[in-house]
Design a binder for this molecule. Sequence first.
Ligand SMILES: Cc1cc2nc3c(=O)[nH]c(=O)nc-3n(C[C@H](O)[C@H](O)[C@H](O)COP(=O)(O)OP(=O)(O)OC[C@H]3O[C@@H](n4cnc5c(N)ncnc54)[C@H](O)[C@@H]3O)c2cc1C
Length: 536
Amino acid sequence: MTPRSAPYTLGRFVERPGDDPVGVDVLVVGGGITGAAVAYEAASRGLLVAMVEERDFGGATSAATGKLIHGGLRYLKQLEIGLVRESLRERRILSNIAPNLVTVYPIVIPDSGLVVRAGLTAYDVLSFDRNRVDDPAKRIPRHRRLDEGRLLYHDCLMISPERLTLAFVRSAAAFGALVANHARADELLTEGGRVVGARVRDLLSGRSREVRAGAVVNATGPWAFETLAGSPLTSGSAGTAPSVRSEGIYLITRQLTDVMTLHVTPYGHFSCAPWRGHSMIGPTEKPYRGPVSDWHLTRESVEEFLTAINAAGLLPVPLALADVQHAYGGLRPLTEDVGDDTYEASRAAEVVDHADADQGGVEGLLTAAGGKYTTSRGFAADVVKRVGRKLGRRLPASRTATTPLHGSDTGPIEAHVAAGLARHADFSPETVRYLALHHGTELDAVLDLARTDRSLARPLDADGELPAQALVAARHESARTLTDVLLRRTGLGTLGHPGEAVLEAVAAVVAPELGWSDERRDAELEQASRALTLPW
Ligand SMILES: Cc1cc2nc3c(=O)[nH]c(=O)nc-3n(C[C@H](O)[C@H](O)[C@H](O)COP(=O)(O)OP(=O)(O)OC[C@H]3O[C@@H](n4cnc5c(N)ncnc54)[C@H](O)[C@@H]3O)c2cc1C
C-alpha cells in the first residue's frame, strides 16, 4: 500500500456510526510516542492496525520531555554503551525523517576533568555515522574545548515533541491505521485464555465498541501496570505495582542563556536550554508514590526545584516563583524498580511477551514499556518484529528509518524555509518560518486557508502563530478540545497562559468547526484556562 499524500484529514474511527466490532491485526493501546511509532511501523509493514489514546496523542509523558533527541551522555557513566549507540543512531535517523522538527542543538558543559573529556570522546566515536545525513544542516561536529574550562558538544532538539508524535500518528494513518484520541481501552477482551482485543469507549460520545485483534500492544507508558491490572485474565501478569515512580518537571522562564548549559550539582543534574525565546530548565528527579492518574504538577515540586537551582548558584540570576511562566512534567515509565534512587534506573526500553510463563502465560498480548522518546522508532521496529512472529506473518522489511514522516518530506530544511519565505511574502517572516518548520510540507495549505479569511491570518503570538492553525487542527488533525489545539497542535499555550483574548480567538475558530454549543464552548474555555494556569 502506498501512503496518501498530504494534506488529508486524520479521522477518529470511533466516530463511525453504530457499535459494530472493528477487526484488526494489531490493536495498540496508548498513543504516546511508543504507541504512535508502533502503529506506524506495523501499518507501514502491511498490518491492519488500530490505535486508541485516552487523552490526546502524545499528551502525557511524551509531552513532558526536555525535547532532546540525544544519545544520553550520562548513560556512558553507567556503561550502557548499547543504549548510547542505539540512541545516537536514532538521533541521526530522526534528523533524516523529520528534518523540519528535529534540529542540531549545541550544549555546553563544565570541563570538570579527564572523565568528562573521555566521555565526550567516546560519544564522538560511538556516533561515527552521525554525518550520514541527507541535509548538510544536520551535520554534527566533534566536541571541542571552549574558553573558561567549558566544553561544547551537540545533540538534537525536537522543536515540538507534540507535533513530532502527531507526525508519527499521521504517518500510521496514511498507511491505513485506524486511530482515535479521546478513546479509552476500558478493558482487555479475553477468550479461551488469550487476549483478543479491547472494549474501547469514545470519551466524547460515551459510546463503546469492541476492537478485536490478533495481537494487542500495551503501550500505555506509566499506566502499563494499570492497563494489565484492569482485566481479570491479565491482572496476574501485571506483577506488583511499582512502589515508586520518578517525577520529572521543567520550568519555562524568560530566556536566561543563549546556549544550553548542563549543570551537575549536589542536587542532581539539570540544564537551562533556550527554546522559542525562553529558557527551559529541568528536569527534576523526585520519587512519586501516588496513583499514576492522580499525578499533577504541584507548587511544592516547583519550589523545591527553585531552591535547588538557587543553592547551586549556576544560573546568571536567582529565580523566584514569579519568574516561572509555565511548568510541565510527568512520570518516567521506568522498567526497573530501584526504590527511591530512580536517577540510577536504566532508560532502556523493554518489550514483554505475556505468553511467557513467567509473564503470566497469556497469549495475544505484548507490553512495550520504558525507554526514551529518542529510541521509540527503533524500539517500535523490535516490537513489530515480535508482533509479526505472534501473528505468524512474514512482514516486509521496515522502511521507517529511511522514509520521511508525514509532512516532513521537505528536503534540506533551510532551502524549504527560504522557498516558503519567497512564496509567502504577504505573511510575516516569523509566521512563515514557524509554519515551514512545524507544518513542513503543509505550509502552503495552512497559508492558503489563512488567505480565505482575514481573521484567520492575524498573528496570535511572537512566533507569528495564526488562528488558521487552530482551524487546521480541528478540521484535519483530530483536535477535539481547546487544550488539544493550544498545547499540542499549536504552541500557543506551551509558554504559559497566552491571555483570555487568545483563548477567545481560538475558540471562535474551533467552536463552529466542531459544532460546539455555547455551553460547550464556555466549558472548553474554562477548562483550557485552568489547564494553563499554574497551581499558585
Ligand atoms: C521529565 C521527563 C523528561 C524527559 N526527557 C526526555 C528527553 O529529553 N528525551 C527523550 O528521548 N526522552 C525523554 N523522556 C522520556 C520520554 O518522555 C518517554 O520515554 C516517552 O515519552 C514515553 O512514551 P510512551 O508513549 O511510552 O508513554 P506516554 O507518552 O505516557 O504514552 C502512554 C499513553 O497511554 C495512554 N493511556 C493510558 N491508559 C490508556 C487506556 N486504558 N486506553 C488508551 N490510552 C491509554 C496515556 O493517555 C498516554 O498518552 C523524558 C521523560 C520525562 C518524564
